[in-house]
Design a protein around this ligand. Structure first.
Ligand SMILES: [Zn+2]
Length: 450
C-alpha cells in the first residue's frame, strides 16, 4: 500500500512524501511521485501523523459490560485516531497475578480493534513473586490505587469503601510500594499511582451538595502530598514513577520538585483538566465528575503551560465510562467518577496546540513520548522506516465537534461535549489495516526510557 501525496509528520519535521507500507510496517518514504493503482490511498491535502497512544483507558472488560467492553472501547479509540491503548487493571477481578493477566489478555484480544498493552494491579497483599510474574507476562507497568480498597472475595477495586468490612483488603499504600521496591526496580517498569493522598481526602470529607462541596472533599493539596511522597519513594528506592491524571498546580509543583531532586518521574495529564474548570459544572453537571476532580482556572492554566514547556510528558484520557444510571440519575455525591474520552484525545490535543500557535506540537504528547516511556518506541509512536504503520490521515482544514451522538463508546456522556476542533480525521490504519475486531495485538514492552 502507498499513502500518496500527503504531508507526513516525521522526526525531521513535515515532509511531502509518499509513504510505502509493507507487511504492516512502514517500508520507506519517497518524494511525491503521484502513483496510481488499487493499493494507493490519495492523501492529497492531508497530514499523515502517527497513530495516537492512550496509555490510560478503562475498557471495563472483564466484569462491567454494562459500562463498556474492549470492542466498544477500541471502536471509540479507532474512531479518534488512537491506534494503541494501554488498559488499566481495575477490571473484575483486578489484574493482580499472572493467571488473571493471561485470561484478560486472551479475552479482550478477540474484540480489540487496535493494539493494546496491559497495566498490572498492585494490592496491599501483592508479593514480590507476583510482581516478577506480572513483569514476565508482559505488563506495561504497575498501578497502585492509593485509597482504593479491594474486595477479597471478588478482586474488585472499590473507590467507595464505606463501612468497615472484613471482606475488604486495605488499599495499596506508600508502604506497599516501599515493600515491593526491590522487585519493582528490578522489573524496570513504571509504577503509576492514583496520586491523591487518602488521609488528606478523608480529613476533608464533608456533606456534598454542590461542586464546591465536592472540591472541598478532594482538594489539590491531596494530590500535592501524594506526588511528593511518591517522589521520595522513587528517588530513594530507584523506582520509575509515572504520575497519572495530574490535575493541579500544586501537584505539578510537587512533581517538578521531585524531578529536580533526582526522581525518575514522568507526568500525564488529561484533556478534561486542560479544557475544563469548576465553572463548567453548571453546563455539564455530574458528567464532569471524575477523580481527581476538575479544578480551577489557575490549575488549568498551570497544566497547559507545563505541557507546552515540555514539563508534562504525555496526555492520556482516563477514559472511564459508567452507565447513565450510575452517572447522571442520582445526587452528585453518589454519581460515579469518570467519563469516556478516548475518542477525542488526538483532536483535542491538536486543537489545544493550535490555539497555542502550532498544532503539531501536540503529536509527541500522544505518540513519541508515551511510546518511549512505555517501551514501545520506535515500533510505535513515530513514522520512520521499520515502525508499525499506525497512521492517521488528518484534514487540517476540517472541522469536528465533540458530540455524544457520534461517540462509539457504549457510554456517550463525554465531558468535552460541544468542543470544536479545527481538524477532521479522514482515515485510520493499524499496522496498515483498517481497524476491525480481532485486529488488535497485545504489546509487550521493551525497556522503557521514561
Ligand atoms: Zn484511571
Amino acid at each position: 500500500m502507498i499513502i500518496a501525496g500527503g504531508t507526513v509528520y516525521t522526526p525531521d519535521g513535515l515532509r511531502e512524501a509518499d509513504l510505502h507500507v509493507r507487511d504492516g510496517r512502514i517500508e520507506k518514504l519517497e518524494p511525491w511521485a503521484h502513483p496510481a493503482g488499487a493499493e494507493v490511498v490519495d492523501a492529497t491535502g492531508l497530514w499523515v501523523v502517527p497513530g495516537a497512544i492512550d496509555a490510560h483507558v478503562h475498557g471495563r472488560e472483564p466484569g462491567f459490560p454494562e459500562k463498556e467492553d474492549f470492542g466498544s472501547l477500541t471502536a471509540a479509540a479507532a474512531a479518534g485516531g488512537v491506534t494503541t491503548v494501554i488498559e488499566m487493571p481495575n477490571t473484575l477481578p483486578g489484574v493482580a497475578d499472572a493467571a488473571i493477566f493471561a485470561a484478560k489478555r486472551e479475552a479482550i484480544a478477540l474484540r480489540a480493534m487496535v493494539d493494546f498493552g496491559l497495566w498490572a494491579l498492585l494490592r496491599s497483599s501483592t508479593t514480590e513473586d507476583q510482581v516478577n510474574e506480572l513483569a514476565a507476562a508482559g505488563a506495561i507497568g504497575f498501578k497502585a490505587y492509593l485509597g482504593y480498597a479491594v474486595r477479597r472475595s471478588t478482586g474488585q477495586v472499590l473507590y467507595t469503601p464505606g463501612a468497615p468490612d472484613p471482606d475488604l483488603e486495605p488499599p495499596a499504600s506508600y508502604g506497599t510500594i516501599a515493600r515491593l521496591a526491590g522487585a519493582l526496580a528490578q522489573a524496570g517498569l513504571p509504577v503509576a499511582a492514583h496520586a491523591e493522598d487518602p488521609s488528606v481526602l478523608l480529613a476533608s470529607a464533608a456533606r456534598v451538595e454542590s461542586y464546591a462541596d465536592l472540591l472541598a472533599t478532594r482538594p489539590a493539596v491531596g494530590e500535592a502530598v501524594a506526588v511528593a511522597a511518591l517522589g521520595v519513594l522513587a528517588r530513594e528506592l530507584g523506582l520509575r514513577l509515572h504520575v497519572v491524571h495530574l490535575s493541579s498546580r500544586a501537584g505539578l509543583l510537587s512533581a517538578l520538585a521531585a524531578r529536580a531532586q533526582g526522581a525518575r518521574l514522568s507526568l500525564e495529564t488529561c484533556p478534561q483538566y486542560l479544557w475544563l474548570t469548576e465553572a463548567d459544572y453548571t453546563r455539564l453537571g455530574p458528567v464532569m465528575k471524575m477523580y481527581p476532580l476538575i479544578k480551577t482556572v489557575d490549575d488549568r492554566e498551570a497544566l497547559r503551560a507545563a505541557l507546552l514547556r515540555g514539563e508534562i510528558d504525555t496526555v492520556g484520557t482516563d477514559h472511564a465510562p459508567h452507565t447513565d444510571e450510575e452517572k447522571l440519575r442520582g445526587p452528585l455525591a453518589d454519581a460515579h467518577a469518570g467519563s469516556p474520552g478516548v475518542q477525542t484525545l488526538l483532536l483535542s490535543c491538536l486543537e489545544l496546540a493550535r490555539q497555542a500557535g502550532d498544532p503539531l506540537r501536540a503529536l509527541p504528547w500522544v505518540s513519541e513520548r508515551p511510546a518511549r516511556i512505555f517501551g514501545l518506541y520506535p515500533r510505535k509512536g513515530v513514522i520512520q522506516a521499520g515502525s508499525d504503520a499506525d497512521l492517521v490521515l488528518i484534514d487540517p482544514n476540517g472541522r469536528t465537534v465533540a458530540r455524544s451522538d457520534r461517540m462509539a463508546s457504549r457510554q456517550r456522556h463525554g465531558a468535552l461535549e460541544g468542543l470544536e476542533f479545527s481538524f477532521a480525521i479522514r482515515a485510520v490504519y493499524v499496522r496498515g489495516e483498517l481497524p476491525r475486531p480481532g485486529l488488535g495485538r497485545f504489546l509487550r514492552p521493551a525497556a522503557g526510557t521514561g
